[in-house]
Design a protein around this ligand. Sequence first.
Ligand code: SF4
Ligand code: SF4
Length: 102
Amino acid sequence: MLKLMRLKPALLHKTGPQVSQEISACIGCNECLLACPAVSEPITIDVLNRETLSGPISPSVARFARSCYQCGACISPCPVGLHRESMMMLLKVRLLQSEMEE
Ligand code: SF4
Ligand code: SF4
């Protein structure tokens, strides 16, 4: 969580803590990924949610993060009103940050 707090807010639609709160409300229904035109390989919501927030980012999730073009097609299908595109933006920032630290 400390790392999330340090991310530059100018790059994010929502702050790290806001995205973290949304992810904790995710019911894992997968509707956002079913609607996403950028998914090209199997990704599970559990792994995506976990790696969005902390820890190492696996190659498949990193590829998905790079493929996301913030189209917003994942927003309306979510039955609990969450914003996967904001989660993806946070993941993109984490990915960039981890690449800069390498
Ligand atoms: S914003 Fe990203 S995750 Fe959402 S549907 Fe578009 S490409 Fe997929
Ligand atoms: S559609 Fe919403 S609740 Fe379902 S997995 Fe995606 S973010 Fe979570």
